[in-house]
Design a protein. Structure first.
Length: 344
């Protein structure tokens, strides 16, 4: 059975609270859009595509409750709520891609009821597309994982992160289903432990052999020849192929290059932002210091210490062996090749 981190049911959004995993599987029932904003900010739902799906359903919740005297007022109010969603998490591009489409939907339809229908319809399309795209990414990427391979991944790019099949996990799952004997090394991914809590949980759920390591062990295992390839997701890819992904990804990419291990980035094309020329201009989210001074509820650092907590880093395109998308695989990515993914 597929893991469903969020689903639209009876006019409400049912959302698996990822902050509680893997110890508890708690589904929240959200009926008001500010609850969805809270869930995104506090990472009850996370992963660039899943954030986008949560936001479009959040707009659908808003459309149910917003009252207005005119179409103009309704559209204005909905667009201002869309801006509230845009202000939740700055790095992942999928959120902005999806909100742009929702704003087009808000402009469609006549009478308030018609606009509401247009919003519900587009939210449903976007959610369905995520699953379709994940499936195509998985099919196109599975060929890179050969029989007998051990894959290393960082953070979580599974069903929990996309609300579909997962990009990295879709690829790994597809290779496994094809009967390839594979194993996965999972970086724990401090500070919020998406690897230990979420990827490890998804792999155990799927019955795929998984080995959990702390982030500082990756180089050791690459040097020992235990890793055949690295596969990670991304939050935003710039036009030149620079990749923003969970903090620590850059270190893994450098280690992979040093050890001649292929480094693959798996994304839906909605993660690619052609408006940004390079990774240097990708906005990097800074999160609270408590995420570093604490592990779950345990305080592990002295009071008064300075803390930095960038949630993402940028890996320059020269470290990438290939980008895998639903429109195919781009080896040794360049801007021209990346733009080619969008040309039909
Ligand atoms: O801060 P998070 O947990 O939202 O970060 C998620 C990641 O970095 C994922 O690798 C990325 O969103 C890709 S998900 C297909």
């Amino acid at each position: 059975m597929r893991i469903e981190p969020l689903k639209w049911q009876d006019g409400k959004l049912k959302l698996l609270d990822q902050t509680k995993l893997p110890l508890e599987e708690v589904y929240l029932e959200l009926s008001r859009y500010p609850q969805v904003i809270e869930a995104i900010k506090n990472m009850r739902v996370r992963g660039a595509p899943a954030i986008a799906v949560a936001a479009v359903y959040g707009l659908a919740l808003a459309a149910q409750s917003v009252d207005a005297n005119s179409q103009l007022e309704f559209r204005k109010r909905m667009k201002s709520i869309s801006k509230e969603f845009a202000a939740t998490r700055p790095t992942g591009h999928n959120l902005f891609y999806a909100l742009k489409r929702m704003e087009v939907a808000i402009d469609k339809g006549s009478r308030i009821e018609g606009i509401r229908s247009s919003i519900f319809e587009e939210a449903g399309h976007i959610a369905q597309e995520v699953a379709d795209v994940d499936w195509r990414v998985a099919q196109s990427g599975a060929e890179l994982i050969e029989d007998g391979f051990t894959v290393l991944t960082h953070c979580n790019a599974g069903a929990l992160a996309t609300a579909g099949y997962g990009t990295v996990m879709g690829m790994i799952g597809e290779a496994y289903e094809q009967g390839k004997r594979i194993g996965v090394f999972v970086d724990e991914t401090r500070p919020l432990l998406q690897g230990a809590r979420l990827t490890a949980w998804e792999l155990v759920y799927a019955g795929i052999p998984a080995t959990l390591i702390t982030d500082n062990m990756a180089g050791h295992f690459m040097k020992q020849g235990k890793i055949d390839c690295v596969v990670v997701g991304a939050d935003r890819v710039a036009a030149n192929g620079d990749v923003a992904n969970k903090i620590g990804t850059y270190s893994v990419a450098v280690l992979a290059r040093e050890n001649s291990v292929p480094f693959y980035v798996t994304v839906p094309t909605s993660t690619i932002d052609l408006s940004l020329p390079s990774g240097e201009v990708i906005p990097i989210e800074e999160r609270s210091s408590e995420e570093v001074t604490h592990i779950q509820d345990s305080h592990i650092a002295p009071d008064g210490v300075n803390v930095a907590n960038p949630a993402f880093d940028v890996t320059p395109t020269r470290y990438l062996t290939a980008i895998i998308t639903e429109n195919g695989i781009v080896r040794e990515p360049t801007e021209d090749k990346i733009r080619g993914l969008f040309s039909g």
